[in-house]
Design a protein around this ligand. Sequence first.
Ligand SMILES: Cc1ncc(COP(=O)(O)O)c(C=O)c1O
Length: 385
Amino acid sequence: MMIQPAKRMAVFEEAIFGQLKQRASDVQASGRPVVDLSLGSPDLPTLDIVRETLSEKSLHPEQYGYTLGGIDRFNEAVARYYDRTTGVTLDPSTEVLQTMGSQEGLVHLPLAFCDPGDVVLTTNPAYVAYEAGIRLAGAEPYEMPLLKENDFLPDFDDVPEDVARRAKLLILNLPGNPVPANPTESFFKRAIAFAKAHDIVILHDAAYSEFYYTDERPIGFLQVEGAKDVGLETNSLSKSFSLAGARIAYFVGNAEAIRIMKQLKSNLDYGVFSPIQEAAIVALDHAEQMTDRLRDVFKERHTVLRNGLASLGWDVAPSTGGMFLWARYPSDETSVDFAFRAIDEAGVVMVPGTTFGTAGEGYVRVALVQDVDRLRQAIEQLSVL
Ligand SMILES: Cc1ncc(COP(=O)(O)O)c(C=O)c1O
C-alpha cells in the first residue's frame, strides 16, 4: 500500500534543526570542540521547590485523572503573577486559559479566529510556529518585514488597505525570537490603534518577558490602554522558569477571545498532568526567586556575546532583552551556507536567519544558552572564519 501525505503537508517542511544537530555531531565525533548556540532551550535549573512539588504530588494516585481545562488555582496564580509584576488585573475565571506550552495555543489560535482565505499579519522574520498555525487553518500569512531602519519593528502604515481589511489576527513578539526588538508603549499603542481600526485580534507572544537587562521592567502589552479590548497575550513557564519539558503555558486577556479559544481547546485535549500544574503554581508564586537570578546570568552572557561578536566585526541588532542575538556576519554567503561552515570550521552551532523568513538572509540567530566561559570559547573559535 502507498502511504501518501495529505496535500496540506506540502507546506510543512522538515525543520533545519535536525540537520544542524547532525553536522555538529559529525564535527564533534572528529574530535573538535563544539559550542551549541542553536536552540532556545533554557539551561538553568528550575527552583528546588518546583521540582519538590512535582515529585511529591506525583506520589498521589488521585493526581492522575484528566484535568480538562485545568485547576482553577493555576489561573489564580497567573492572575497574582500579572498583578505583582505588571499591575494588570485579570479575572481568573474568564481572562486566563491554560495551554500545553504556548506552542500548542499558538498553532491552534488561527483555527479559532480565521476562516480559509483570511489573512494573519505576522512578521518576517518570525518564530516558526506562527506560520504552521496559519497554514493549518487555511489562512494566509501577510509578513511585515522587520528592518534595521525601523528598529526591527513592523510598520503598520505599509500594510495595504485591502490586506488590513481581510486580516483577522495580528501576531507580535517582543522581545522576539529570533529578533530581540524591545517592547515600547508607543509601539503597542500604534498596534492597538491599527487593530481597532480594522477589527483585528492582536496576539502578543511574551515568551521572553522576563529576559530584560534594563533596570526597569519593559512595558507589558496588557499594561497599555485598550490592549484588553483587542488582544491576548501568551506567556509560558518554559523559558522564564526553565520548565520547557513540562509543557505548561497560558493565554490571558480579552474574555471573549479566551472563551472562543476555550471552546476550541475543549475539543482538542483533556488538560495538563495535575502535578505539573501544581509545580507551575509554585513557580508563579515564587517567580522573583527564579527570574532575578535568570536576569543576572543572562545579562552577563548578553554583554559577553554582544561584545565578542562586535569585536569580530559582526553587526549585532541592538537589544536590551531576549534570549537570542540577531547578528549579521561579515561575509556574502547565504545564511545557510554560513551556518554550516561555522559548524565545520569553527565548531559553533547557530541558526541560519532564513529559517525564520526571507528577511533573515545575511543573519544568524545566536542563543544565550551556554555559560560565559563557553561563550568566550565560541567567540575564539569563530575568530577563524
Ligand atoms: C517566541 C516563542 N514563542 C513560543 C515558544 C514556545 O514555547 P513553549 O511551547 O515551550 O511555551 C517559543 C519557543 O522557542 C518561542 O521562541
